[in-house]
Every structure is written in C-alpha cells, then in structure tokens.
Design a protein around this ligand. Structure first.
Ligand code: PSU
Ligand code: MN
Length: 300
C-alpha cells in the first residue's frame, strides 16, 4: 500500500522525533469556510510551537496523504463534496481515486499505518441521542487501533453516558487530563466520572508505554476540558443542542450527515460563541498531544 508522506514527517519518524496526526473531517465537515483553513493552519503551528511535527491526514484523488502542503490543505478546505472517511470509506476513496477527509476513525487507521502514535482533534463521535444504534465508527476504531487520541470529550449532541459505556465495552482506557469528569466539548464537565486522572503528559506516556508492553492493540482516549476562559455557559450549550437534535429528527437526517448537521446548527444557534470555544479547545489539544508525543520518547 502506498502512503504519500511529507519528507519532514518521514525524517521525524525515522529519527524517533515526536509527530502528531491531525484529522481532516473537521476541515471539510466540522467548520465553515474560511475559518476551517485558518484553524487547520493554526493547529499545525500549535503542534510545531510545542516541539512536534504536524501530520494532517487526508486522501487526495485516491492518494493517502500523511501531511499536506499548504496548497493541498487550501484545496481540501475549499472543495465541495469531499467524502467523509471512516474505516469503510478508505477502500472506496482510494479505489475510486476520489478526495476523502478522514474522521477520527479514518485518521487513526492511516496514522497507525504511518507509524504515528498520537493524534489531536476536537471532539470524537459517539452514540447519538435517541438513536442508540447510531454508534460512531470512532468508538469501534478506538477499540481496535493502538493510537492515542487527544480530544475535549464528545459534544453533548451525543448521548454521553452511552458513549462511555461503549468505550468501556471496547476496552478503551479514558484518561482525564487535569480533570476527573468526561468533558462535554463546549463545557468542561458532564458529571460522568472517568477511568483515571493524569496531571502530566509524562503520566499519560507511561500508560501508553504499558499498553504497548502488554501488546494490547486498543486505542487510548485522553480527554482535556476546554480552557475555562473559553467555556460556553452550560444553559446556552444545552439549549442549542436540544434544539438541533429535535430539528435533525424532524428533518429525518440520518447516517453520516447527522454529525455535520448538528455541528453547523449548534454554531448558528449559539451565534458564534461556540466557535471561540471550538478553536480554543482544538489548539489546547494540539499542544497537549505534542507534549505527550515528546514525553513518549522517554518511555520507549
Ligand atoms: N465532533 C466534533 N467535530 C467534528 C467531528 C466530531 O465536535 O468535526 C467529526 C470528527 O471527524 C468525527 C466525526 O470523527 O465527526 C464523527 O462522525 P460520525 O458521528 O458520523 O461518526
Ligand atoms: Mn453515525
């Protein structure tokens, strides 16, 4: 299988220097233009500023790219109808020579192929509210691919208790970074307890190293609350989410369109306040992922 890996990333991996994978569905389906491109660039810069090499993952005309040039990043951010790629979609986009943006699930798979161990994103997919059979492929992938995903929890557009249950079933350790409750993306807490709290990147690296020594192939989820200064008021977030979920049900939106619809609608309903939170937590997660990737160098 062919991977197109940017030389800088290839060199870093060969020299065992820290690399952080970044997803592309948030660029094509998660954020509107033009802040999608701006955010993608800022995320790469945040990883660099924290001492690691960023690797944004996407499929361009059927080629699997690990790291995008700025021209490629800009093209992806401005292309319509890019396929959202989880596990089932990877053979389709490559076989059809199409463009694909990787979700958390898709990014984990490609990062693992490339030998990258850490990946930063905003929120993971989960179990949808009122639709317990709509379980994101992200949760399945976390159960089978040994990548550590740094996120701000899952948006409360999802059923958070059921999401944690599925992660437990799939054998995924869920770590709170400087927190003891599952963060709810726009808000810092959900009242749902986590498996363990770690206060340093080094502690997280030790858990990753232990998983590897045990030859377990499960992923690890690191959750980091949105910075306090950028948190959304709980009532505003809850109200916008409830309305968006009701609208999605009324419109009969299903399958892979549910998450993009809810994300866009919540942004509208919070009049851009959710955007500040979203950007802040993404940068925060990218920085922590770079610190974990760096700490991992001392733990095999
Ligand atoms: N949650 C967010 N922003 C996002 C996504 C989730 O707050 O952009 C994207 C991620 O790429 C995630 C995907 O992997 O949506 C989950 O989609 P689904 O629920 O269809 O599995
Ligand atoms: Mn789904």
């Amino acid at each position: 299988m062919k991977l197109t890996i940017l030389p800088e990333i290839r060199d870093a991996l060969a020299a065992n220097r820290p690399v952080v994978a970044l997803e592309s569905t948030l660029i094509t389906h998660g954020l509107p233009r033009p802040i999608n491109l701006e955010t993608a660039r800022n995320l790469e810069a945040a990883v660099r500023a924290s001492g690691a090499v960023p690797a944004t993952i996407a499929i361009l005309r059927g080629e699997i790219h690990v790291g995008l040039t700025d021209t490629e990043l800009a093209r992806l951010a401005n292309t319509d109808h890019v396929r959202k790629c989880s596990r089932r979609d990877l053979p389709i986009v490559v076989g059809m020579q199409a463009d694909g943006a990787t979700t958390v699930a898709g990014t984990m798979i490609v990062a693992h192929w490339a030998g990258i161990r850490i990946f930063a994103t905003g929120g993971i997919g989960g179990v949808h509210r009122g639709h317990p059979a709509d379980i994101s492929a992200d949760l399945t992938e976390l159960g089978r691919t040994p990548i550590t995903v740094v996120c701000a929890g899952a948006k409360a557009i999802l059923d958070l208790p059921l999401t944690l249950e599925v992660l437990e079933t799939n054998g995924v350790p869920v770590i709170g970074y400087q927190c003891s409750e599952f963060p709810a993306f726009y808000t810092r807490a959900s009242g749902l307890p986590l498996d363990v709290r770690c206060d340093t990147a080094d502690q997280i690296a030790k858990i990753i190293a232990a998983r590897d020594a045990q030859k377990l192939t499960t992923g690890i989820l690191v959750t980091v609350p949105v910075p306090e200064s950028d948190e959304l008021p709980r009532a505003l977030a809850d109200q916008a989410i409830a309305q968006a979920v009701t609208e999605a049900d009324a419109k009969g939106i299903s399958g892979k369109d549910v998450t993009p619809f809810l994300l866009a609608r919540v942004t509208e309903l919070t009049a851009g306040r959710s955007r500040t939170a979203n950007t802040a937590l993404l940068l925060n997660n990218a920085r922590l992922a770079a610190q974990i990737a760096t700490a991992l160098q001392n733990h095999g």
